[in-house]
Design a protein around this ligand. Structure first.
Ligand code: ADE
Length: 227
């Protein structure tokens, strides 16, 4: 999978993309992430990427020209399955959308800033608008990193244990059961006996029951929510 990210803060991606699972996916050539600095495409002599809103009011608006030129350059090189804009007024990001996007070959992710981006970008180029939650962040970079992490980790071959992505919370609308490791007893608190029983069937049943119990207690909405 190839991911092209358009941003005015390329450095914000250095840490999230160079550790842990994403780092490993890049090393295995399962994912190729290219970061593009929108400022490099500005034809303004001061390399400006934002301007005042026509309607007046507070906040600057990201200009159409640098973003349009960058997207056009990329589109001339390959076909894209989706051109995504990270925005708090987009569709709410959930596991089923992560699963869908993880099957794509090429995507562009545009990170907005300031008061927004010129609406004509959204109308002409954007095929999907995604929000990572009902709160407003300073820009689309952290949401883009969240999106990338969630899609990359479920691409086959990225995680060593293929089943572990499938058993994540939300994959079947259930939260994950509790997990334990050594020691068996710590400060008098013991690991549930059943997990040490060696009876796989009983253990699976216990995990399933705990998943249901946890989901009922913490996220009852998930048990009704099948989208
Ligand atoms: N940009 C700012 N806030 C955001 C959010 N909640 N989701 C996606 N992009 C954003």
């Amino acid at each position: 999978m190839r991911i092209d990210i358009l941003t005015i803060f390329p450095e914000m991606f250095e840490s999230p993309f160079n550790h842990s699972i994403i780092k490993r996916a890049k090393e295995k050539n399962i994912v190729d992430i290219q970061i593009h600095n929108i400022r490099d495409y500005s034809k303004n002599k001061h390399k400006r990427v934002d301007d005042y809103a026509f309607s007046g009011g507070a906040g600057m608006v990201m200009m159409i020209q640098p973003i349009s030129d960058c997207i056009e350059e990329l589109k001339a090189q390959r076909d894209y399955d989706e051109i995504i804009f990270m925005t708090p007024d987009g569709e709410l990001f959930k596991q089923n959308l992560a699963n869908e996007i993880s099957t794509y070959k090429n995507i562009i992710i545009l990170c907005g800033h300031y008061k927004g981006i010129d609406e004509r970008i959204r109308e002409q180029y954007i095929t999907r608008e995604i929000s990572i939650g009902d709160y407003v962040l300073s820009g689309g970079e952290l949401p883009a990193a969240v999106l990338c992490d969630s899609i990359i980790r479920i691409i086959p071959g990225v995680l060593n244990d293929e089943t572990s992505a499938l058993s994540d919370s939300f994959q079947n609308n259930l939260l994950s059961p509790p997990v334990y490791t050594r020691p068996r007893v710590y400060n008098g608190i013991a690991v549930p006996d059943i997990l040490l029983s060696g009876d796989d069937k009983k253990i699976d049943n216990w995990k399933f029951e705990k998943s249901i119990e946890r989901t009922k207690n913490r996220r009852p909405d998930l048990l009704k929510d099948n989208d």
